[in-house]
Ligand binder design. Sequence first.
Ligand code: ZN
Length: 330
Amino acid sequence: MKGVWGLDESENSIFLSWFLTFGVCLFEENPYGWLGSTRIDYEIGDGSSTSAWFDYWCVNGPLCTSISPREIARAGFTLQDTVADVSIGETWNWPEAWRNLFPVLIHADAIQRNLSVQDQVLWMNGNKLHEFSSSEVWNSIRSREPQVDWVNVVWFSQCIPRHAFLMWLIMRRKLLTQDRILRWGADRRRNMNMMCCLLCYENFDSHEHLFFECKFSAQVWRLVRDKPSMSSVQPKRNLIVEWLSERARSKTAANFICRLIVAASAYIIWQERNNRLFRNHARPPDIVADAIVETIRYKLMGTRFKKTPRVMALLQEWEVQEGCLDDNGG
Ligand SMILES: [Zn+2]
């Protein structure tokens, strides 16, 4: 696949391969391979990496929409032929009779091969052609919604990706908590009657309960919230997120640590819940709190901050001596 598209060294080659594979499914439903007003387009160079029949290099679309595989084979071509295979020098190699049978070929006369360059993959978005890039394609086809007010609480520079992803699931209420399972049906409700929150053994677990209204979670939160100066923030998800949202645009190291510790707390509490559920392994709140603090310490050791006296003092509080280099995290 790499050789075909001539994008060997590019990070886009993987995406392009995926996209073209995905495009095959679309192609079955729509021979033009259209995604609304977007499509992959080709600028012909030497013609060696563009399919003569299936790629969109002619103005009216892929030639296969007009010329059947039977006719292609009857003329001595194969379905694997490239644009280079169907041309000789500056002219096209197909039968003269095809010109009358398939008027679409008249448009091909306007296209000249340039043997000194490779074919180029382009991305058509609306009426504009762009150089193909994964970001260009993604921005064309993704759905867009208004930005949520908690976006900077969850996603921020130098966050811990797996923690951020869990926070995103929590904010979207997508974790498979017991209250969601119970809504699935009466049979599961009977099975779940024996279940309760495995952290406090009271009530079912839910997003609100686990983060952090559960007695266990609240205890963990109270043990970790002092270090990042969040002592006044009560163990309730909406209050914590509200507190962080008000400060999320600030790029101070202190606010960075606050967001880190909330995400780490959620992640490690969810991990503790799953360990109890699936591995029958339980830890007391103080050990869980220690794990959260240690996780943040290790993260701070590898985080790059501006070396300011305030940042250095903050890192000392976290017993992080070095590892703070120049960056805008402070
Ligand atoms: Zn609980």
